[in-house]
Structure formats: structure tokens, C-alpha cells
Design a protein around this ligand. Structure first.
Ligand code: 3ON
Ligand code: FE
Length: 490
């Protein structure tokens, strides 16, 4: 009887796990073509290129990798002009990609558990990191750069996507020195007379960790660089900026490298979440010579921040928080994940008071969400409109199938859903040239259509998601679920 009751109260799922799994098939081909299968109209004022990065290979010649975050980076570019669109995808020719494709087998361990064949003995004491360049792609200072947080960027030709080699930022980065995958763009920097600048960081983890801040001018030159030592191990994927601060959430984790060293687990599988320890919020001033401050808040795990801004005495930070780190298991298959057994990521606002050294927080959105995006000119500043990928259902954990818009002023929500057969990626907000309101623009997202096993580029009007997609560009193939990307006016 109990079972029956349960069955009648649990709502039907918005997705089918086998459908979802198919989105993690490797890409076999590199393509280039005019997209001619289009529903709706591409707005003629939408001019520029959407670049996406993410794992293109989920296996090396049939040998499965352990986790999508270990997959070799592949760039997709969708160039818009005159209401038409051109598609191109290329794998990043990292050194390891070339070696493994030539050898036809796995030659490197991955951070998230991919091992070389031959058991632990074949993996023990191989502590090299495979730079897979798979996490983000940005266009800055006339360079297209593919980023992976634990190593240096790869430079690509923005038109052909050909890999040009690793980029040292004009000699600033040493070989293999990290440059994180989450730069933030300050569109009007108060240290540069209102010129734009790019702010990024790198982490050198250890018993105490070093956080280095980089600020680049529009020509791509590093104009400010400063390093700070903070207590404890850091696994920090993203950060937030305001005009005066960089804000980092130091997740409460313990790192035991022994299974990694002995060839039993990947480095990322040696992280243990510490639910009884606070999250530390590290606030680093962007101006030289000022003190770093560390505040504490409730335990939780953050990958991504939506935005931050200064308001009176406070810094507000909007972040997607998990109750714990989704630990990667050594002997499991990520395709078999039980979504219901995991807690969703939810959006919280943190209020930091530096003078009083206090933090308060409030839940903004309980629906499972990820991949936040805002208007480029609102980064680091008070803002009204936030866009995210989200689950179709209002409660519980599930794959990302919808795009959610939150008006933080009126609290109004709009949801565009691709369920039951579609799975979305990060929405990228592109402002309409000459647009007036903060939400005057488009959201671009790549949606995996499991019904046809192909992906669509979907264009939404950010002012009104309820009117449905204004264009749906059907690609001839699928793109595996991607991580991050950006829009560039080229
Ligand atoms: O050994 C240390 C610990 C560690 C984990 C140091 C380290 C630097 C080697 C390290 C490496 C971290 C790396 C390489 C992190 C890479 C992260 C990555 C590629 C992606 C993260 C994605 C985050 C999210 C939330 C993705 C969500 C995806 C979906 C919902 C699916 O569409
Ligand atoms: Fe990320």
C-alpha cells in the first residue's frame, strides 16, 4: 500500500536517463557548414560568434574516460551575420590529445579519475596533469584562448579554430603555470579611467595555498598581478569581482593525495567534503597594498558565482551552492548517476560586512540551477536580471532542461523548457546593440535534442522567455554537454 501511495504522489520525471546519457557520446568529426535547417528567424542585429568549450571526447579510441570533466576540449563556434549562421568545431590540439590520438589509447591520468590501462601499478607516481583545455573559451586582446584551470591557456585561430599553441600572456605565465577558467570582465575599471579589464586568478594548492590575481588590459597585457597566501587547501573553480574586490569561496574540503600518488584515484577523487567546517570567504582587494580578509559562513560547496556587487557597507555575492561536494567515486560510471540521490545546486545571496566581519545569507532560488549569466556591463555591479540553466521541475535534483530568468527586483520568474527530450547548456546573454533595458538582448544556448540525437542552437528573447524560442538552429550532429563559452563581436 505504501508503495502505491508513493507512486501516486511522486510526479512523473521530466526526463529519461537513457536520453540524457546519449548526450555524452564522443564527437567523431570536425565540421564546417552553413546552418540551413532553421526554425524561426535569426535576428539580423545579432552579429558575432558564440564560442563554446567542453569535453568533445568521452573516450580515447573506445577506452572510456572516467568523468566528463576529464574529456579533451573541443570548441564549437557559431558565427552569426545577416540573419545567417555558420558552424565549425575543432578539437584543441593539446600535446596530450595529439599523443593519445596517435597512440590510440589513454596515456595520461585525468584529475577526475581517468586512469591509464594496467591498474594502479601503471598509474602510481605518475603525477603529471593532462592539460585538456576543456572548460572555457574567451576572446580578449585579439586572442581566442581555451582555458583549463590547472594549467596555461591554449591559443586558437578565432576564424579557423586551429590550435596555435600554448599562450604565456606575453611571457607572464611560466610553462604549465595555471590561469583559471573563470575570468571576469570589468567593463569599466576604476583603476584604468573606466577602460575595460579582464580579471582572473590562479590557485597553487597546498597545506597553505597561493591565490594569484591577474588583471589584463584590452590589449591583452597583464597590467596588475599580485599573489596572496591563504591557510589551507583550496579547490576554487570560480570567483566573483566588484570594482574593488575579488571574492573567493574556499569550500570546506580535506585533500588526501595518497590514493592519487599510489595510482588508486584521480586527484579530484581525493577530495573529501567537510560538512562540519565552515566555508571561508576570502576577500582580496584589487588595489595594491590592502589587507586580505577572511570571513566564515555556513558549510557548503560552490562551483559558480552569478555576480557580486558593493552596496553601502556590504558586499553581496550571489552563488550556486550545494550541500556537499558531489564526490566522484573511483569504481562508478558517471552515466549511472542517481539524480534523486544528490542534492540540487541552489542560488543563495551572501551579505558580507567587512567592518563587522559578518556574513548572512538568504535563499533566492530553490530550483536546481547552474551556469549563471548576466549582462556584461553588470558584472561586479548592482544588477536586476539573472539567467541560468535549471531543472524542469521546481523541486529536487535533475538534469538541466530549462532556462530560468529571475528578476531580482520584482522576484518574477520566467522559465523556458526543453523537456522532456531536450537538455540545455549554459545560457549566454548577448546585449542588443543600442538596447536600453538590462534584459534587452538574447540568450544563446545549445540544446541537446535526444529525440533526434543532435543539438540545436536556441535563441531566446531575454525580455520574454514565455514567447518561446525566436530561432532554433538545427545542427547536423550533436555536441556533448558543454561547460562554458562566450560571445565575441567577431
Ligand atoms: O589536486 C588538486 C585538486 C583539483 C581538483 C589541484 C588541482 C588543481 C589539480 C585540481 C584540479 C581541478 C580541475 C582541473 C577542475 C576542473 C573542473 C572542470 C573541468 C569543470 C567544472 C565544472 C563544474 C560544474 C558545476 C559543471 C556542471 C555540469 C553539468 C551540470 C553538466 O552539464
Ligand atoms: Fe565553471
Amino acid at each position: 500500500i505504501q508503495l502505491q501511495e508513493r507512486a501516486s504522489t511522486v510526479p512523473p520525471k521530466s526526463y529519461d536517463r537513457q536520453d540524457w546519457q546519449k548526450g555524452y557520446e564522443s564527437v567523431q568529426q570536425e565540421e564546417e557548414y552553413w546552418i540551413d535547417n532553421i526554425e524561426g528567424q535569426i535576428p539580423p542585429e545579432l552579429v558575432g560568434t558564440l564560442f563554446r568549450n567542453g569535453p568533445g571526447l568521452l573516450d580515447i579510441k573506445g577506452h572510456r574516460i572516467h568523468h566528463p570533466f576529464d574529456g579533451d576540449g573541443m570548441i564549437s563556434a557559431i558565427a552569426f551575420n545577416n540573419g545567417k549562421a555558420y558552424f565549425r568545431n575543432r578539437f584543441i590540439r593539446t600535446q596530450a590529445f595529439l599523443e593519445e590520438q596517435k597512440a590510440g589509447k589513454i596515456l595520461y591520468r585525468g584529475v577526475f579519475g581517468t586512469q591509464k590501462p594496467g591498474g594502479w601499478l601503471a598509474n602510481a607516481f605518475d603525477l603529471r596533469l593532462k592539460n585538456i583545455a576543456n572548460t572555457n573559451v574567451i576572446y580578449w586582446g585579439d586572442k581566442l584562448l581555451a582555458l583549463w584551470e590547472a594549467a596555461d591557456p591554449h591559443r586558437l585561430d578565432p576564424h579557423t579554430l586551429e590550435t596555435l599553441g600554448k599562450d604565456s600572456l606575453n611571457g607572464v605565465l611560466a610553462d604549465k603555470e595555471a590561469f583559471a577558467a573563470h575570468p571576469r570582465f570589468d567593463h569599466s575599471c576604476n583603476q584604468d579611467n573606466g577602460a575595460p579589464c579582464l580579471v582572473n586568478f590562479s590557485i597553487k594548492p597546498g597545506l597553505s595555498s597561493t591565490i594569484t590575481i591577474f588583471e589584463l588590459n584590452p590589449a591583452g597585457e597583464v597590467i596588475r598581478k599580485h599573489a596572496h597566501s591563504v591557510p589551507g587547501f583550496c579547490f576554487i573553480h570560480d570567483f566573483a569581482i566588484t570594482p574593488n574586490y575579488c571574492i573567493f569561496f574556499q569550500n570546506p574540503i580535506a585533500f588526501n593525495p595518497i590514493p592519487f600518488v599510489l595510482g588508486l584515484r584521480g586527484a579530484g577523487e581525493c577530495i573529501k567534503f567537510q560538512p562540519n567546517q565552515p566555508t571561508r570567504i576570502i576577500v582580496i582587494p584589487r588595489h595594491a597594498g590592502k589587507q586580505v580578509q577572511i570571513l566564515e559562513t555556513h558549510s557548503g560547496f560552490v562551483f559558480h558565482h552569478a555576480n557580486a556587487f558593493e552596496q553601502g557597507e556590504e558586499i553581496c555575492v550571489d552563488s550556486i551552492c550545494y550541500e556537499s561536494f558531489p564526490e566522484v567515486e573511483a569504481n562508478s560510471d558517471f552515466r549511472q548517476v542517481d539524480f534523486d540521490a544528490l542534492k540540487p545546486g541552489q542560488l543563495w545571496r551572501f551579505h558580507l560586512n567587512l567592518a563587522a566581519q559578518t556574513v548572512t545569507r538568504e535563499l533566492i532560488e530553490s530550483r536546481c540551477c547552474e551556469f549563471p549569466s548576466v549582462h556584461a556591463e553588470k558584472v561586479g555591479r548592482p544588477y536586476r536580471h539573472l539567467y541560468m540553466a535549471a531543472a524542469d521541475g521546481a523541486t529536487g535534483n535533475a538534469p538541466l532542461q530549462a532556462i530560468l530568468k529571475i528578476d531580482l527586483e520584482s522576484q518574477e520568474r520566467q522559465l523556458w523548457t526543453a523537456a522532456p527530450r531536450g537538455y540545455v547548456s549554459e545560457p549566454v546573454f548577448v546585449a542588443r546593440p543600442g538596447g536600453e533595458s538590462e534584459d534587452d538582448g538574447w540568450l544563446l544556448t545549445v540544446v541537446y535534442d535526444s529525440d533526434r540525437h543532435r543539438s540545436d542552437v536556441v535563441i531566446l528573447d531575454a525580455r520574454d522567455l514565455n514567447q518561446g524560442a525566436i530561432a532554433r538552429l538545427h545542427l547536423k550532429h550533436h555536441i556533448p554537454y558543454s561547460l562554458h563559452g562566450s560571445f565575441a563581436p567577431i
